[in-house]
Design a protein around this ligand. Structure first.
Ligand SMILES: Nc1ncnc2c1ncn2[C@@H]1O[C@H](COP(=O)(O)OP(=O)(O)O)[C@@H](O)[C@H]1O
Ligand SMILES: [Mg+2]
Length: 333
């Protein structure tokens, strides 16, 4: 099961001509790029003159999220702030019903998984370097508050609660586990926002976050991290990025998250930014809540693999959060 992705040959001739004008020659090779979980246009193109480009955008089969975030990503690329950590920006093309960004084609090199400890450490130290050194451009939005509050939603909304409970085998005591742990999970999650407002010693200062770090949004090329898909980029507590990323890494590898987090903290500390244990607990609870409130919901029509990947991250996220908070861990289905 894969996402619907618009093929180059299915695009209007006028649009293709506009892209070919940028490339300076007709396109001779084209390939849809899979990896993300949504219905954005994503294509790798090569022209007769050898020029290559990656095209990301919104078209007639895209959803409201794509249409909202493509201009945002464009503004971030145009701000220049992403230079050095992202693919090079090569402009945009618009046509009735289409909005395309042209990016450096990173090819297939540096894809993960497979993860190695070296690659994982490179990602952690480069996230820290990004956080410590890249000034947020004025266009960046704050991290939306609805990233949090999910354990409260599990507690108060019966639909969210039963979708979460459906991820556990019947008779395993999941409901009793949830009732017993919810107060601690909610308290820790609430701390995220208060920690974010507190001093830099507690939360790591508010930084420019990618806010959607996962293997399908990055490459590790020559030991350096390249991040793309900046649709969720935001200003928020530094700890969000590594803690949100680690469950996907654990789901894809046998790596232990705590030493990797220590590696990130040490790298950030070398730039003079400290992160308190309490902020890590808060981000861990927030991240686990995010997946707990989403993974069991119905599959959205244009995102057939979304719940699958959220479920894969829920286990490691919950294990990490409950481990840190000293709570029991329930076995998921
Ligand atoms: N600059 C690039 N060069 C090569 N491949 C890319 C590039 N950007 C993204 N991709 C590939 O295309 C996929 C989708 O792109 P992405 O920007 O993550 O959009 P979305 O997740 O919204 O579909 C990625 O998972 C990756 O495999
Ligand atoms: Mg993506």
């Amino acid at each position: 099961m894969r996402e619907r992705k618009m093929a180059w040959t299915a695009m209007p001739a006028t649009l293709r001509r506009l892209v070919e004008e940028r490339l300076g020659a007709p396109v001779t090779r084209h390939q849809r790029a899979y990896g993300g979980y949504g219905p954005s246009v994503s294509l790798r193109l090569q022209a007769e003159n050898g020029a290559r480009v990656f095209v990301k955008g919104a078209g007639p089969e895209s959803n409201e999220v794509n249409w909202r975030t493509i201009p945002y990503e464009q503004a971030l690329y145009e701000s220049g702030a992403l230079a050095g950590i992202a693919p090079a920006y090569r402009g945009s093309v618009t046509h009735t019903g289409w909005h395309l960004l042209l990016l450096e084609d990173l090819g297939q090199g540096g894809r993960v998984p497979p993860w190695t400890p070296e690659r994982a450490r490179a990602v952690m130290s480069d996230i820290a370097r990004f956080h410590a050194t890249v000034k947020p451009p004025p266009v960046v939005l704050p991290l939306p508050p609805d990233v949090g509050g999910n354990w409260t939603r599990v507690a108060s909304d019966p639909v969210t609660r039963s979708a979460f409970m459906a991820l556990f085998a019947p008779g395993t005591g999941a409901a009793a586990w949830l009732d017993g742990t919810l107060p601690a999970l909610r308290a820790a999650e609430d701390d995220f926002w208060s920690a974010g407002r507190l001093s830099p010693e507690v939360a790591g200062r508010s930084v420019f976050l990618h806010a959607d770090i996962r293997s399908d949004n990055l490459r590790v090329r020559d030991g350096r991290l390249i991040l793309f898909d900046w649709a969720a980029a935001a200003i928020g507590p530094a700890i969000f990025d590594p803690v949100f990323f680690l469950p996907s890494l654990v789901a894809e590898s046998a790596l232990d998250p705590e030493p990797l987090l220590a590696h990130y903290r040490a790298a950030l500390q070398s730039h003079g930014i400290a992160i308190d244990e309490r902020a890590i607990d808060a981000a861990a609870a927030l991240t686990a809540g995010y997946f707990a409130a989403a993974a069991g919901l119905p599959v959205p029509p244009l995102l057939p693999r979304l719940r699958m990947v959220q479920k894969a991250q829920l286990g490691p996220a919950l294990r990490f959060a409950t481990g840190r908070l000293g709570l029991p861990f329930p076995e998921l289905l």
